[in-house]
Design a protein around this ligand. Structure first.
Ligand code: EPZ
Length: 422
């Protein structure tokens, strides 16, 4: 297993290109199952999660070609051979559950392994299943699989989600495009990745209104066509790299960044004393002089503060001037980066879903362990500012969601290198 060695202290200066959104691409790829036409995705990120979704779709008989060094994905499911998503693939990546809705809508049947939990929480899929049942699906849970059928096809219905779920919104939205009649999704997720999916589905011929709001209305159609779609910029990668100059000083321009993707996050960064300037190329981020101000953070569904940036924000607040609180309202166990940051000298008190961070002058480098995707990168950010060396182990978590992180940061002056594992 590879590790990443960071030597702290350098200020950052330069440009960081922001890739296409992992969490958009992971729902756009299964959309190929809705049509026998060719689906081409451009601006695709080169990540291990994308490779995992590729293997899953190919196991169903779909064709997935990575062109232009992985930046373009050419997908087609005109010759699908199976509607069964096997456990050994699904267990590696929860987003695999997103093949369920499309398979059901197009083929009237699907067998998808339940994804199981992960480090940050139990992460059940009950909202996905209830939503598909509301469209007339018959679901039977046995031997760890969802056995779903809709022999007469899905029919439109009204689904009111009891709380916001990104994945459930995506699964039901995709299924609804081929359901007979009208479907209304209430309390739908509003994330930019949902908007991006709706735009792609519309280009394929779907009739969708209201994406980006809490109510999405879909008029089912008989068939969808292929399309070409550019994957939206990754707002979580954007926010992560905006925090790099915030944590260790300097100025970085995040190419392709747009403030509209992260309004609340940007407001919080400015409250902490970071300057953010919109430029024709993206977002220019600089740390004003002096220490970071302590701020309080509440994670929430979009447009609130993204849970996927909570760990990275905590790394910033470890050296803030004063006491900050972070309330994690989306996942039940998403503070595993805290004990690792404390090994670097951070003062963090965790009680349930609230972490209180008392800022210290400077963190000290230490060997630390990555536990999940976003926790990994928060440790790298902390290492950029810490005194001495930080070795982040188990970086396979990192490669799931960040393309060439050591190259992007070293190009801006960071002292960071990948150490090949044994
Ligand atoms: C998506 O996960 C993202 N993953 C997550 O990003 C992100 O943290 C999350 O949305 C919230 O924004 C992808 O898009 C591939 P949810 P998802 O359904 O869809 C509970 C990353 O780091 N819930 O919005 O699984 C769930 O347990 C990843 O890139 C149910 O109880 O998230 C959680 O507590 C991590 N039942 C909350 O709802 C359900 O049926 C929100 O989950 C579904 C969800």
């Amino acid at each position: 297993m590879d590790s990443i060695l960071v030597t702290g202290g350098a200020e950052l200066r330069g440009d960081i290109p922001i890739a296409g959104a992992k969490n958009a691409c992971l729902t756009l790829m299964p959309a190929t199952l809705l049509t026998d036409g060719p689906l081409t995705l451009t601006n695709a990120p080169r990540l291990s999660d994308i490779q995992t979704m590729t293997v899953l779709l190919q196991s169903l008989g779909a064709e997935v070609q990575a062109l232009q060094d992985g930046r373009v994905l050419a997908l087609s499911s005109h010759a699908l051979t199976s509607q069964r998503a096997e456990y050994d693939i699904v267990r590696k990546m929860r987003a695999s559950i997103l093949v369920l809705g499309p398979l059901l809508a197009r083929y009237g049947q699907a067998e998808v392994s339940l994804p199981g939990g992960c480090a940050i929480g139990a992460r059940p899929v009950d909202l996905h299943l209830n939503g598909l049942e509301a469209l007339g699906a018959k679901l039977d849970l046995r031997d760890g699989y969802v056995h779903a059928s809709a022999p007469k096809g899905l029919k439109g219905g009204t689904i009111e989600f009891p709380f916001v779920s990104v994945g459930a919104t995506e699964n039901v939205l995709m299924a609804a495009t081929l359901a007979k009649g009208t479907t209304v999704l209430k309390n739908a997720a509003r994330e930019p990745e949902i908007v991006d999916l709706a735009r792609c589905l519309r280009a394929m011929g779907a009739q969708i209104e209201g994406e980006g709001t809490a109510t999405i209305t879909v008029e089912g159609v008989d068939t969808l066509n292929g399309a070409t779609h550019q994957v939206v910029t990754d707002r979580i990668e954007l926010g992560t790299y905006m925090l790099a100059p915030a944590i260790c000083g300097g100025q970085v321009e995040c190419l392709g960044g747009k403030r509209a993707l992260l309004e609340v996050f940007c407001d919080k960064l400015e409250e902490a004393g970071i300057s953010i300037e919109e430029t024709p190329r993206g977002l220019k981020v600089a740390r004003k002089n002096g220490r970071i101000n302590a701020v309080d953070v509440e994670t929430a569904p979009f447009p609130g503060f993204p849970t996927d940036l909570q760990a990275q924000m905590m790394a910033l607040l470890c050296t803030a001037n004063g006491k900050s609180t972070l309330h994690e309202n989306i996942f039940e166990n998403r503070f595993m980066h805290a004990p690792e940051l404390m090994r670097m000298g951070a003062e963090i008190d965790v009680h349930g879903g609230t972490a209180t961070v008392t800022g210290v002058e400077r963190l000290r480098g230490a060997p630390v362990m990555a536990t999940d995707l976003r926790a990994s990168v928060s440790l790298i950010l902390a290492g950029l500012a810490a005194e001495g060396e930080t070795m982040v182990n188990r970086v396979y978590h990192l490669d799931r969601g960040y393309e060439r992180v050591e190259e992007k940061l070293s190009a801006c002056g960071a002292s960071i290198e990948r150490v090949q594992g044994s």
